[in-house]
Ligand binder design. Structure first.
Ligand code: G6P
Length: 608
């Protein structure tokens, strides 16, 4: 998984490419490179490490003259993150150079074929086959050469291609990897996502799989896979540049945690009209809803945990069986899914490869699909029958926060909407739950305001090498996300357990001083969790409890308590997760970790 950018215009290309790559760094940051064409000659500069290293090496781009170029920030898949494996790759005759996001699945066979034909490989990457294919198929017609090359490729790819013989022209090709064209005045761009474009233009063309484009300073021509020209709509990017900046916080993650009340409000407000819920992208009639026999939720990472939390609300309110499946597992299983299944696909980026594959597998079996995604025009949004955007705005920190809570909010809306349509909820309950939903942003804000002691708690708990998170029911689903947050950014081993399961094994691991974060917010089951807290305390655990305001009993057992406002248990996960995000954040900060870019992780995992 990587980020790619391209530019052609009148200004110097290298600084534009470097600025774009900085915005895309969250997609991968183990090496980076740019290639710039000048008077029919291509210069390439690439280096392992962050974009900052590339800026230093190229003197902020000043060392590469020219007005047309391509750039890449890498997250290694094939071959270690070295200078040689960094993109762009260049053909042996130095006339073609390529940046690539995705995986060329048949690269081994192509590599052997090309080596036999005398092409010399420098890197271990799958991508390098593309430049040699371009050289091999070069017919003197750039477009034809690109088409003959891509016809040989299997897998997923967004490619940016530069040819020394065609000054001022870049080709951009999309197949199962994100790629957006930026339409400027006397200059044009491509990038893996809009954050790299907004500083230059707000006019974008979203390429579909199988489409490719030729960009020159004065125009963009888009073609389908047969090479026939096609007309594409120009969309307006509404995200502001400031929205993608840190806004005064030390880290994007903290900014995004703080933004949650606003983000959740943005997900709710346009869908609440008076007493009615309007789901813009999902206009099923009661008749159609009745045909749904079961709901399957699929996703990866935190989005999967949002599904685990949302399941309770959907099952309870809609009286439908709900299973939550890890996309990486679902794609290779033999799921009992047919046209009576509603598949809900959760993804912040809308580009997660495993999620896309699971979705396609279920679609083959006839499932109806509802996507809940943040990034407009993303692959999952396009593939789905219906899409509900989470409207969280750009999320830059690798560890998701507002992405998760807005996904959850949309699931809650879906649950209440469906229950009402199917007449499964009394008018009184409907109104009560609706007002609970409307109150979520305020309650999240209260959590942020109330918990000024979390940095101190982080300081206290930061030295532990392992932390357990326990809870039951909705509290358990939040424990899963809380543990993931802590391990992702502070590198402390953290595991979540259903509190009732402790006695079946895990309690053996509880020793003197073992920290346990106990989630005890779901009032229906709080008493049971309290018993588990007593059990771990009896074995020497140090307990940090999260409980509802007013719960005084917890004070007698827990060493520390974080309070949250009272929320209906069905919707409490969205509020309860906030102190856990803060705990993870401040623990990582105490430990001096690279919070926005944790090691070995990437924001958008567009490879399997
Ligand atoms: C990566 C990110 C996680 C995210 C997961 C799913 O692993 O680091 O934070 O939850 O991908 O991403 P998605 O964009 O599909 O929600």
């Amino acid at each position: 998984m990587c980020g790619i950018v391209g530019f052609t215009g009148k200004q110097s290309a290298a600084p534009v490419l470097l600025a774009g790559l900085k915005k895309l760094e969250y997609r991968g940051y183990d090496s980076a490179g740019i290639a710039v064409e000048n008077d029919g000659l291509i210069s390439v500069s690439k280096v392992s490490g962050r974009i900052a290293n590339l800026c230093e090496k190229t003197k902020d781009g000043a060392l590469l003259q020219g007005n047309t170029g391509i750039g890449h920030t890498r997250w290694a898949t094939h071959g270690a993150p070295t200078d040689v494996n960094a993109h762009p790759h260049i053909s042996n005759d130095r006339r073609f150079t390529v940046v690539h996001n995705g995986i060329i699945e048949n690269y081994m066979a192509l590599r052997e074929e090309l080596i036999e034909k005398g092409y010399h490989f420098e890197s271990q990457t799958d991508t390098e086959v593309v430049v040699h294919l371009l050289e091999m198929y070069d017919s003197g017609d750039f477009k034809e050469t690109v088409m003959r090359t891509t016809a040989r490729l299997e897998g997923s790819y967004a490619l940016g291609i530069l040819c020394a013989d065609c000054p001022g022209t870049i080709y951009a090709v999309r197949e199962a990897s994100p790629l957006i064209l930026g339409v400027g005045v006397g200059e044009n761009f491509f990038a893996s996502d809009v954050t790299a474009l907004v500083a230059y233009t707000r006019n974008a063309i979203y390429l579909e799989d199988g489409e490719f484009a030729a960009l020159t300073p004065n125009g963009i021509s888009v073609f389908d896979c047969t090479g026939a020209p096609i007309r594409k709509e120009i969309s307006r990017i509404t995200w502001s540049i400031e929205a993608a900046e840190k806004g005064g916080y030390d880290h994007f993650m903290l900014k995004e945690i703080m933004e949650q009340p606003r983000a959740v409000k943005a997900a709710l407000t346009p869908r609440l009209q008076g007493d009615e819920i309007h789901l813009d992208g999902f206009d099923y009639s009661a008749e159609e809803l009745r045909e749904i026999r079961k709901v399957v939720i699929t996703a990866c990472g935190s989005a999967y945990y949002a599904g685990c939390a949302g399941k309770y609300a959907i099952e309870k309110l809609c009286r439908l069986p709900v299973t939550v499946e890890l996309a990486s597992e679902l794609r290779y299983s033999d799921p009992q899914i047919d046209s009576s299944t509603l598949l809900i696909v959760l993804s912040q980026s809308g580009e997660t490869a495993d999620t896309i594959a699971a979705m396609k597998e279920c679609q083959k079996r006839g499932a109806k699909t509802l996507a809940v995604v943040n990034v407009v025009g993303s692959t999952i949004a396009k593939l789905a029958d219906h899409t509900l955007y989470t409207w969280a705005g750009p999320e830059i920190a690798v560890a998701t926060t507002k992405g998760y809570t807005t996904q959850l909010t949309v699931l809650y809306l879906f649950a209440l909407y469906t229950a009402e349509k199917l007449a499964l909820v009394s008018e009184e309950d409907y109104h009560r739950l609706l007002s609970q939903l409307q109150g979520l942003p305020k309650q999240m804000q209260q959590v942020l305001d109330m918990n000024t002691a979390i940095p101190r708690l982080a300081e206290k708990y930061k030295h532990n090498s392992s932390v357990f998170f326990i809870g039951r029911n909705t509290d358990y689903s939040v424990a899963l996300e809380g543990a993931l947050k802590l391990k992702e950014i502070s590198y402390i081993h953290a595991e979540a357990y259903a509190a009732g399961e402790l006695k079946h094994g895990t309690i053996a691991l509880i020793d003197e001083g073992q920290p346990v974060v106990a989630l005890c917010c779901n009032e229906m089951i709080a008493e049971k969790t309290m018993n588990n807290i007593i059990e771990v305390k009896a074995r020497g655990a140090k307990v940090l409890a999260v409980a509802e305001k007013g719960n005084r009993t917890i004070l007698s057992q827990a060493d520390d308590v974080i309070y949250i406002p009272r929320v209906d248990p069905l919707f409490s996960a969205a509020v309860e997760v906030v102190p856990l995000q803060l705990l993870a954040y401040y623990t990582a900060k105490e430990k001096g970790c690279d919070i926005d870019k944790p090691k070995n992780l990437a924001k958008s995992v567009t490879v399997e």
